[in-house]
Design a protein around this ligand. Sequence first.
Ligand SMILES: Nc1nc2c(ncn2[C@@H]2O[C@H](COP(=O)(O)OP(=O)(O)O)[C@@H](O)[C@H]2O)c(=O)[nH]1
Ligand SMILES: [Mg+2]
Length: 447
Amino acid sequence: MSLTGLLRRWGRRLRRSDAAAPSADNGDPLLKAADSLRALLADASIPAEVRVELAADYAEVEAMLGRLEQGQIHIAAFGRVSVGKSSLLNALAGSAAFETGVLHGTTTARGQQVWSEAAAHGVQLIDTPGINELSGEAREKLAFEVAKRSDLILFVVDGDLTSIELDALRTVAAQQRPLLLVLNKADRYREDELAALRARLLEHSAGLIAPENLLEARAQPAPERVLRVDAAGNEQLETVTRAIDVSALRARVFAILEAEGKALAALNAALFAGDLADSVGERLTRLRSEIAARVTRSYCLAKGVAVALNPVPVADLLAAAALDVALVVHLSKVYGLPMTRAEATGLLGTVVAQLAALMGAIWGVHLVASALKGLSAGLSTALTAAAQGALAWYATLLVARAAERYLAQGKSWGPLGPKRVVQDIVASLDRDSVLREARAEILRRLK
Ligand SMILES: Nc1nc2c(ncn2[C@@H]2O[C@H](COP(=O)(O)OP(=O)(O)O)[C@@H](O)[C@H]2O)c(=O)[nH]1
Ligand SMILES: [Mg+2]
């Protein structure tokens, strides 16, 4: 199996990881996740170019590994601007570390503080700028990024879900991280309103949030104005501060921490590593086909020019194999599945046999006709030569495509077998335009 295929499989396996449900026989999920991350970081077969492109992700995996080793858990607040995310985290931490305010966009960057009460669990509280109804795409992107890299997400709202919130909730839920829905500013509602709101929230988030994961909070309740009448009968307007109350949320978070503990972090790391393995795999596939296309083109040109300079009969085109063997060997290296010359010769033999069988009768007539198409009588020898060279180019391109298919499937023709694969390739290439381009390119080189 190719590296790309392995990475894909690995990504799936990591995502399926039973890290969240540790059992006695599958070892410590933390260690398992850490081992997977370490293996991904150390995989020497991933080209430097891919590492550079995915540097930020690699750094994140390293950071996760660090967190896993220190046993850290990240809890992030996520939600619309001004619902009280910063206030909520401050209330949990019992500090005022995060800036809060009535103005939209008080929080502009990701923030982090230790939750000392949950220090035994190594919990860090993460603040995010929040998603916006109207603007702030970059901030919104950041919020989603943070959510993606957190171990437990507090999705904070201050009323019924808006459609934007519902979309965001779905997106976050799809990341498969443990998720709590927090109805903050509960002080603004009467008991009966709260009950109705609760029912609506559960209805709207059905399938995403279980009832025990919907919590009410009063992170920074507004002071209450009460009219007092003293003994003398004087009326006085008093401002009474109301107590911060995040006890239900705190209890739920602790219950989750107790029950699932470090497995949360392991699960998240596994999910993230799975994503990374996928993007490495995709990037690798793209990179390979880019390089393979360059390599193939240079061989096609070399062969085309060589044949044009030293024309050979059409039937010999497929036999003039030295360059094609070199091409197959070269491609096998690009695909990280090196082949010996003997192996490459064998592969070439298979492809050429299929091509010959496929083209058989048409080979001499149609192909030469299309190679020469558009050329009028009184051809210069250069044009005839270029037409011959173009045929050689075309044959080499077919060989390269077939070899690539074979390599991309981990040195296998797959269930279709070589005959169908070669047929597909011949059908998928626009022969006339290949020949046209080849001829033009060869003529340019011959001048
Ligand atoms: N009434 C009420 N207001 C709150 C509560 N929590 C936060 N606020 C207010 O909501 C505003 C926005 O809070 P902030 O934490 O900055 O929101 P963020 O943008 O989500 O981080 C501030 O003026 C807070 O005082 C609450 O529980 N009740
Ligand atoms: Mg804030």
